[in-house]
Ligand binder design. Structure first.
Ligand code: ZN
Length: 231
């Protein structure tokens, strides 16, 4: 399993790509961005394409130990609600999938030439638009990089009408590291805190000091930014 990279730019993009359920309910938080063929959200964290549920866990619960999977209590692959997610080993993950009737391989299709679903092609375009490198997308979807560029150029899957040749160049791979706080990141700090993350963990994620996080949470700075009202 790939590690997840957290930075403010990625956190802000992530926060805009799911819808919370009704307040004070146990509703799932549904990923609204691109999805893989098996329904898991796909997200560009700035370094690689990761499952959005994995990013959600890393951002709002805590680090994912190496080799561990993030599983859903709610059995809803696009859900990114932190308290619906839990850690399990690969073996637990497979047993969980069997128990829930989802024991198929990730792709579930035999024909390599047609192994991308329409949903995946849309996800690829979206990831690229957000800055994912062609190489990272190719790795994530287990396809050759030339397939990625042929999708972007509209040489394949052109019937979807989503080709964008301007995306066929190479990404600069810019990342926002150590950036100062902004309204999006402040909302993210409150969201993480509401979900149980401590100031030390939040500070590490956001690349600012623990004391800065404490000041934000106490309302000593950035108090003009309303908390957690995106949905
Ligand atoms: Zn859920």
């Amino acid at each position: 399993m790939d590690p997840v990279t957290l930075d403010i730019g990625a956190m802000s993009r992530f926060a805009a790509k799911f819808s919370k359920g009704r307040p004070d309910t146990d509703d799932c938080w549904t990923w609204t961005g691109g999805k893989s063929s098996d329904g898991y959200g796909t997200f560009w964290d700035g370094e690689r394409v990761v499952g959005s549920h994995r990013f959600a866990f890393a951002a709002m619960v805590g680090p994912i130990p190496e080799g561990m999977c993030v599983l859903h209590k709610c059995d809803n692959p696009p859900c990114v609600r932190p308290d619906h997610l839990f850690l399990g080993t690969h073996a637990v993950n497979m047993a969980d999938k069997v128990a829930k009737g989802r024991a198929n391989g990730l792709k579930g299709q035999d024909n390599p030439a047609a192994k991308l679903t329409d949903a995946e092609v849309l996800a690829i375009i979206e990831l690229r638009r957000e800055g994912a490198t062609q190489a990272a997308v190719a790795v994530a979807f287990e396809i050759d990089q030339t397939v990625v560029s042929s999708i972007l150029l509209g040489k394949r899957w052109s019937h979807l009408g989503v080709a964008d040749p301007s995306l066929a160049g190479y990404a600069k791979g810019e990342r926002v590291k150590g950036a100062k706080l902004n309204p999006d990141s402040v909302r993210q700090i409150h969201l993480m805190s509401e979900n149980g993350a401590g100031p030390v963990a939040i500070g590490r994620v956001m690349g600012v000091s623990e004391s800065a996080i404490r000041r934000v949470l106490k309302g000593e700075c950035w108090s003009h930014v309303s908390r957690g009202d995106r949905s």
